[in-house]
Design a binder for this molecule. Structure first.
Ligand code: CP
Ligand code: NVA
Length: 312
């Protein structure tokens, strides 16, 4: 079979919407089982002898560690590659890199800039590709966040999530998740940083409301979430963003206006005093450490599913 025909048959997780509601429900159920096995020191090696390539074009703490530790727990070995030390940084075409890397490994995780880069890699890959963050999306993080909500509060269907701050990769992934899983998103972004209509498309529109203020977005919500004012790759805009986002900070008053059992979430790293007050992120409604821990278990379920299918 020709390389592009092989590549077309492979399943990837490049955006949240690449998995259906039913597939995500399977992933969340499976995550509970994989987390339980790990906590009980039960060995489970469905990916014994397999190798994962982790390609990083941006910095990371959680994503690198959770994928590397998680793949090891499933019996495999993860190899870390970055742009600086590989031919990727010296102009080797992404298509050629995909052909080579996917002939030596069984699965690939990529953190990069534009979504089109990971799509071009996947189109030339013989093995599954997972998005570990692009400028547009961060599906593993939102999956872990939703799993954390389910773990703490149960079904997310019909609930309301408040997004306050930048219309960034996390925000666009929450929008896709709302459509795929059936919940609602209240979004408050500052003037000049509104949603990009190319990323918040018409079919998403019943699932989100653009609010005038952060307080309006948070009122009655079951999850309050935010992110840094300046994402990786946008550092040149930092000064302007510090001014534009000054009022887009989650405060204790906003948490009080939310549903009584609301949770505070943040993908981390966080800047206390900028997008969130310390008393909120360090307060009793915050589940940020649990979200980080759950990255590893949700990603194990995703990798196991992409390589071995469902275990009933
Ligand atoms: N939340 C997240 O993806 O963190 P890292 O940038 O540390 O990987
Ligand atoms: N929106 C942030 C998320 C970091 C995990 C960024 O892209 O830098």
């Amino acid at each position: 079979m020709k390389a592009d025909e092989v590549a077309k048959q492979v399943k990837h997780y490049l955006q949240f919407q690449d998995f259906t509601k039913e597939e995500h429900e399977y992933i969340f159920t499976r995550t509970t089982e994989l987390k339980r096995r790990f906590k009980n020191y039960e060995t489970w090696h469905p990916l014994h002898d397999r190798t994962m390539a982790m390609i990083f074009e941006k910095s990371s703490t959680r994503t690198r560690l959770s994928f590397e530790a998680g793949f090891h727990q499933l019996g495999g070995h993860a190899v870390y590659l970055n742009t600086k030390d590989t031919q990727l940084g010296r102009g080797e075409p992404i298509e050629d890199s995909a052909q080579v890397i996917s002939r030596m490994t069984d699965i690939v995780m990529i953190r990069t800039f534009g979504q089109e880069i990971i799509e071009r890699f996947a189109a030339n890959s013989r093995v599954p590709v997972i998005n570990g963050l692009t400028n547009e999306y961060h599906p593993c993080q939102v999956s872990a966040d939703i799993y954390t909500y389910i773990e703490e509060r149960g079904d997310i269907t019909g609930k309301t999530v408040a997004w306050v701050g930048d219309a960034n990769n996390m925000c666009y992934t929450w929008i896709q998740a709302a459509r795929v899983l059936g919940f609602h998103l209240n979004i408050a972004t500052p003037a000049g940083y509104a949603l990009d209509p190319k990323l918040a498309v018409e079919s998403d529109q019943p699932f989100f409301t653009v609010c005038d203020t952060p307080m309006q977005a948070c009122t009655g919500a079951h999850i309050i979430t935010t992110d840094v004012w300046t994402s990786m790759g946008y550092e040149a805009e930092n000064e302007a963003r510090m001014k534009a986002f000054a009022d887009y900070k989650i405060t204790a008053e906003m948490m009080q206006a939310a549903a009584p059992d609301a949770l505070f979430m943040h993908c981390l790293p966080a800047h206390r005093g900028e997008e969130v007050d310390a008393e909120v992120i360090d307060g009793p409604q915050s589940v940020v450490w649990q979200e980080a821990e759950n990255r590893m278990h949700v990603q194990k379920a995703i990798m196991e599913y992409l390589l071995r299918g469902k275990f009933e």
